[in-house]
Design a protein around this ligand. Structure first.
Ligand code: C2O
Ligand code: CU
Ligand code: CU
Length: 431
């Protein structure tokens, strides 16, 4: 922290080696280390400055996924950091407590850079959530769970797509926080898991092996109005969920990813991951557990969500593997121009026969409708990324508060990173 209260972080993109398996050294990339990056943390109202240095031998960027900030600080494909260079974005945190993350965004190279290990969490806090009786001791009863699928090709991390795989690279096992076969000892009755799907292509349906229910307390952009009980939560690449699970003394319970019926047709489920099951993380409870307070009935009195009734503009986005609205990404073309201080309704449609998702930079949106119906509880909170499988049309309400910058665009794209790299991305400016 500097004299004026600015919170300063250093992130160094670097190449290294990681020993995921005993005695096998795998070449990887990381921030300030050989794989993944530190969890950054700041509070609403704080000024933040990050010194991003690139010691790799190729250009990259660092994007603050889920963060509301000026376009030139966003870390998208227009803010490239050359090898040996340093980029120092700064902004004021102006949004509710949430689990955000950061990762590279060089156009055409994002899948490769993320898969090699460049990703980390960026947690935001605020006063109201700080007063809630939620599990909040980081690394004790409030655990980061960064999930990636990997496949080893000898000592290397594989990155090739199988012949039948049209979603991108799919691994044959998962890691949590860069660890294979992970388990975690816990000593509290209630455990909060901050789930991040940091995989490049794989969608998960998380739940526990014994199908016990858990409370969903937060989505991409912050806490839900009230906890929602469920036993599965589906997360496509880039999405986050905060869940709270109750433990019994001495037990072991496995967080698992289950097959997903809504993933697509039989072909998609079989060859593109929808039928797969993974054991993701084992929680091992101590013989004696510290009592945890009950979860509050209300988490936020009025979640900050845009009101679609006030929309001044409607836009349509048709998701196709070849591009959004029939156009492949072009760094030199602005696809949409939105007006600062207005709300819009965006309709996202997938009739492409394969799963996609949809992510918008700078904003947290409200899902108004899924195929004409009220969205389920997991889509009622603040979202910046949504899973849009084949046959689904979603209506989103987005509010663009600025600042205006006609020269620097934000991105919207499919967060299946192979699709993004191949052109499923567009650019909008706020004016
Ligand atoms: Cu997480 Cu445009 O990205
Ligand atoms: Cu983003
Ligand atoms: Cu896609």
């Amino acid at each position: 922290v500097e004299k004026d209260g600015t919170r300063v972080f250093d992130l160094r993109m670097q190449a290294g080696e990681t020993e995921f398996r005993d005695g096998v050294r795998t070449p990887t990339w990381g921030f300030n280390g050989s794989y993944l990056g530190p969890t950054l943390r700041a509070k609403r109202g704080e000024k933040v400055r990050v010194r991003v240095s690139n010691t790799l031998d190729e250009p990259s960027t660092v994007h603050w996924h889920g963060m509301h900030l000026p376009a030139r600080m966003d870390g998208g494909p227009h803010q490239m950091v050359a090898p040996g260079a340093t980029w120092t974005p700064h902004w004021t945190v102006d949004q509710p407590a949430a689990t955000l993350w950061y990762h590279p965004h060089p156009h055409g190279r994002t899948e490769d850079h993320v898969r090699r290990g460049l990703a980390g969490l960026f947690l935001l806090d605020d006063d109201a959530s700080g007063r809630l009786p939620l599990p909040k001791r980081y690394g004790v009863d409030d655990l980061p769970v960064v999930v990636q699928d990997v496949r080893f090709d000898g000592s290397r991390l594989a990155g090739d797509r199988g012949l039948m795989q049209n979603v991108g690279f799919l691994g044959d096992r998962t890691m949590v926080n860069g660890t294979l076969r992970p388990y975690r000892k816990v000593q509290d009755e209630l455990i909060r898991l901050r789930l991040l799907n940091a995989s490049t292509a794989r969608t998960y349906a998380f739940g526990f092996a014994d199908s016990r229910d858990f409370a969903l307390i937060g989505t991409d952009g912050g806490l839900l109005q009230r906890p929602a009980r469920m036993n599965r939560i589906q997360l496509s690449p880039g999405e986050r969920a905060e869940i709270v699970v109750r433990m019994k003394p001495g037990e072991r319970v496995m967080l698992r990813s289950f097959p997903q019926r809504n993933y697509g047709d039989e072909w998609q489920r079989r060859f593109n991951g929808g039928d797969d099951t993974f054991d993701v993380l084992e929680l091992r409870a101590a013989e004696r557990l510290r009592p945890s307070p009950e979860l509050p009935g209300t988490l936020v009195s009025a979640p900050e969500l845009p009101d679609g009734e006030q929309a001044v503009e409607a836009r349509h986005f048709d998701l196709k593997r070849s591009g959004i609205n029939g156009r492949a990404m072009d760094m030199g073309r602005i696809d949409e121009t939105v007006t600062r201080g207005t709300t819009e309704v965006w309709t996202i449609r997938n009739t492409n026969g394969m799963p996609h998702n949809f992510h918008v930079h700078d904003v947290q949106f409200r899902v108004m409708e899924v195929n004409g119906k009220t969205p389920p509880p997991e889509l009622r909170g603040r979202k910046d990324t949504v899973f849009v499988p084949h046959g689904v049309t979603m209506k989103l309400a987005l509010r663009f508060t600025g600042p205006a910058d006609p020269d620097v665009p934000y991105m919207y794209h499919c967060h299946l990173l192979y699709h993004e790299d191949e052109g499923m991305m567009g650019q909008f400016v706020v004016v």
